[in-house]
Design a binder for this molecule. Structure first.
Ligand code: PDD
Length: 282
């Protein structure tokens, strides 16, 4: 039976319930992280949980855990569920309290919940690429916080699905920001371009790995904003995240990206990413 972690207790899935007045449910008042598991090993767990602590701090939520104790908690859940390949979500809310926008006074305990997923790496789409569409970024202005409040992302992804695409690439006006659940890269003349890490995007952990691979391979990695037109004329486009890794985009709004094939820089980054997984998972 699959277990779910609720406030340090491992419960059977059907017993894992959160209160009706939990602020995560009522306001989306909480934060989360998603960490990949490759071959029994948590992948880049430390930066993920450091980001969770940062998100908590940014919204004034007292998590009462440090990175090591969070790793311990989720590891217990992963072991209980016997996850070999998959991932673990950890979600933290400001707790349950009578409905009032202002923080509860006196404060209440945060609710911590974690659940696992089991699945293999997305080999087919890594090899063949995906379709993407573009859409206006209508989210709030603190996209650096990994908030539970994902309505803008949900609506963007739903639009992509409607157009038979796997990802929606968002833009604020003319400037490309990020995907509905990924970071975005345009590759032009052998150089990588991606939005700088500020309040308009999530500082992706996969993005950091890609940056280090690019540096190692001496591929210029430009953290600069770029326009929709630049994206449309790119030689290659990539979207990245914990779940989709280094995924090539081969069609944008129905038009082929570059020559419509997975490009050489994408392949180099994928090769570097595979090696990185092997070294940290062994
Ligand atoms: N999402 N930008 C957004 C809006 C995201 O939701 C994600 C990841 C990323 C990539 O971040 P990272 O490389 O740290 O996973 C960028 C995860 C996978 C999710 O919500 O499930």
């Amino acid at each position: 039976m699959t277990k779910v972690l609720i406030n340090e207790q491992l419960l059977e899935e059907h017993d894992a319930k959160v209160p009706y007045n939990d602020r995560g449910y009522v306001f989306g008042d909480g934060i989360y992280e998603y960490v990949r598991i490759y071959d029994n090993h948590l992948f880049t767990a430390r930066p993920h949980f450091e980001r969770l602590l940062r998100s908590a701090e940014e919204i004034g939520l007292d998590l009462k855990h440090d990175v090591d104790s969070i790793i311990e908690l989720v590891q217990e859940l992963i072991n209980a569920n016997g996850v070999v390949n998959g991932g673990v979500y950890i979600q933290v809310t400001r707790g349950a309290a009578p409905r009032d926008h202002a923080f509860p006074t006196p404060s209440v305990e945060a609710n911590i919940m974690a659940f696992t997923k089991t699945y293999d790496r997305p080999y087919k789409q890594l090899e063949e690429g995906i379709n993407a569409v573009t859409t206006e970024d209508v989210r709030w202005l603190r996209c650096d916080i990994k908030s539970l409040n994902l309505l803008g992302n949900v609506l963007a992804k739903e639009l992509a699905t409607k157009y038979n695409a796997k990802e929606a690439i968002q833009h604020r006006g003319d400037i490309v920001t990020e995907g509905s659940s990924s970071n975005v890269y345009a590759i032009k003349d052998g150089e990588i371009y991606t939005h700088p890490t500020n309040n308009y995007i999530l500082n992706g952990i996969t993005r950091r790995v890609i940056k280090s691979i690019a540096e190692e391979k001496q591929i210029p990695f430009n953290e600069e904003t770029f326009t929709l037109d630049f994206l449309a004329k790119a030689d290659e486009i990539i979207v990245s995240s914990t779940s989709i890794e280094v995924t090539p985009v081969i069609k944008l709004n129905g038009n082929p990206v570059g020559d419509g094939q997975v490009g050489p820089i994408t392949k180099e980054l994928q090769e570097g990413f595979n090696r990185y997984i092997d070294t940290v998972s062994s």
